[in-house]
Ligand binder design. Structure first.
Ligand SMILES: [Zn+2]
Length: 136
C-alpha cells in the first residue's frame, strides 16, 4: 500500500509508491526542532524516486549539520512542512510523518533516533537505535 499524505490545508498531497518506509525515526536536530516548532521531527524515509508531490510546494535550502545542503519542502499556502531532502543522501527523502494519512501514521513503527546530540533534555522517550549524529 502506498504512503499517502497531505498538508494542513490539503493544497499539497503526496504519494510514495512503497510498501514500507526505509526507516521511521525521530530527528532531534536543531533545524528540525525549529522548522517543526516541536521537540523533534517524526520522519519517514522513502526512496526519492518513489515520491510524487502535487500542489504549491516551496523550498527552503540551508546547510545541514553534515555541511551539505538540505532542501526543506513546505506548503506555500499553510506552511506545513512536507519533507526534507538532504544532498548528503541523494537517493532518499524524509517525509514529515505527521502529514501522512491518519490510518497510516497510526501504524508507523519508529525505531531510530538521529541527532540525539541535540535531543532536548526533557524528552524522555528512548527508541531502540539511537545515533548521536547520522547512522553511517
Ligand atoms: Zn497546505
Amino acid at each position: 500500500m502506498p504512503l499517502t499524505g497531505h498538508c494542513l490545508c490539503k493544497a499539497v498531497t503526496y504519494t510514495a509508491a512503497v510498501d514500507q518506509p526505509l526507516i521511521t525515526a525521530y530527528d532531534h536536530c536543531d533545524d528540525c526542532q525549529r522548522q517543526s516548532g516541536s521537540t523533534y521531527s517524526l520522519v519517514t524515509v522513502v526512496p526519492k524516486d518513489s515520491l510524487t508531490i502535487n500542489g504549491p510546494v516551496k523550498k527552503y535550502t540551508s546547510k545541514g549539520s553534515s555541511g551539505n545542503d538540505v532542501h526543506r519542502l513546505f506548503c506555500s499556502e499553510c506552511g506545513s512542512p512536507i519533507a526534507h531532502d538532504p544532498d548528503a543522501a541523494p537517493p532518499i527523502i524524509a517525509l514529515k510523518a505527521g502529514t501522512l494519512d491518519t490510518e497510516i501514521k497510526k501504524n508507523l513503527k519508529p525505531d531510530t533516533e538521529i541527532w540525539t546530540v541535540s535531543k532536548l533534555p526533557f524528552c524522555s522517550e528512548h527508541l531502540e537505535k539511537p545515533f548521536k549524529h547520522m547512522p553511517e
